[in-house]
Design a binder for this molecule. Sequence first.
Ligand code: NDP
Ligand code: 2IT
Length: 449
Amino acid sequence: MSAKLDEKLEPIYQELLHRNPGESEFHQAVREVLETIGPVLCKHPEFADRKIIQRICEPERQIIFRVPWQDDSGEIHINRAFRVEFNSALGPYKGGMRFHPSVYLGIIKFLGFEQIFKNALTGLPIGGGKGGSDFNPKGKSDNEIMRFCQSLMTELYRHIGVYTDVPAGDIGVGGREIGYLFGQYKRITNRYESGVITGKGTDWGGSLARKEATGYGAVYFTQEMLKVRNDSLDGKKLIVSGSGNVAIYAMEKAQSQGAKIVACSDSSGVIYHKEGIDLDTVKRIKEVERGRISDYIESHKKAKYLKDACIWDIPCDIALPCATQNELNAKDAKKLVENGCIAVVEGANMPTTPEGIKVLQESKVAFGPSKAANAGGVATSALEMQQNASRASWSFEHTENCLAEIMIGIHRRCYETAEEYGATGDYVSGANIEGFLRVARAMDAMGVI
Ligand code: NDP
Ligand code: 2IT
């Protein structure tokens, strides 16, 4: 990895590697924050004296549990699930649940760690947490998904609560899974505590615009970044990796702002549609049929399906990685630069490798890091909690306006903080420093806990 750490931070990082072996994604997420907060410790030596950094890097609580379930043929399967309650200085632990076979403790810890700072950036009262399971939802029936969710919640329910820990969705967890999870929570506790989970159906306590919020928010953030450069999305050619929740609604908002999306993907391949991706087709395939993106070419003869291709090889003005971590490396970044890309904005969590970020920043490509750019999802989850607490349901328009305002505010604070610390235009530093300061101040005020 790249930059040298401040001399106070290097031993902290070495100790973290030693205490958390084999968790490379967690190491990567921590290192990125440590590389940027050196200047904060010069201004605030009290944070180092009181070991705020060591405390932030150690989760408050980590829960690992067995999830046994039966498939439709009666065979029993055993999965492992996690909930990492990372930091509650600013509010109850808040963060999604990921169902994907690649999930292990290191992935959940990286996501939980990032979530602390992301949630702080929203300015809303939410701490950081994350959970998930190595369960693979692909090819499972609705009944299998339901039994798995019920079994998982039969253990998780005792750890969560409106004032304790509030899960939501992430990869492999959308409206269907949230329904099954909430149903089982309600059944076990005999309490209709809407605010215990977010991303609920809009006719039973969910917030309008939550489904759209992460993708829309990432596009609002992109627009703010472009404004700084006296530019806009109008007429721009975009590529968006993934074709899940975040990708779909990033594409929808970008199209509404005059951008043309020429490519999207899933883990098997890429759709290249020079005339522009037809979003209704993507939504039907992904949200209704739960199919593969390769099905797209059946409806669009001019589009091409490129199996196992790299989406970043396709020329574009702006790239939005919206699939998964470390999906855009230095080689990909060089290709984007070569093809004239002016901005990369992260809808997914940590999709760009440290080496990839370095290439983009050195080439003066505007780079929007995930902590800031994809905070619209969790921010709208916090708005869902607000609605649940007051037993209110806001209109789509009102909720979207709140989201837009929050994203504009996050952009402004990241920009100004970077400027204040001598790193104008460096949103990675801006987001990390601003997020860290908010959490550190709260932790410091609460004493040694
Ligand atoms: P979905 O499950 O809806 O979609 C995920 C998409 O990414 C699918 O197209 C999937 O393809 C692809 N993908 C997932 N894993 C991999 C992989 N290992 N390699 C290649 N492609 C992969 O998830 P979301 O859209 O909700 O999440 C996408 C990203 O956004 C994640 O990083 C998540 O943490 C982040 N995020 C999500 C938020 C939310 O509110 N949902 C909020 C903030 C961030 P395939 O179907 O082939 O697996
Ligand atoms: O990474 C994320 O911010 C999410 N998956 C959303 C978390 C939430 O609680 O809405």
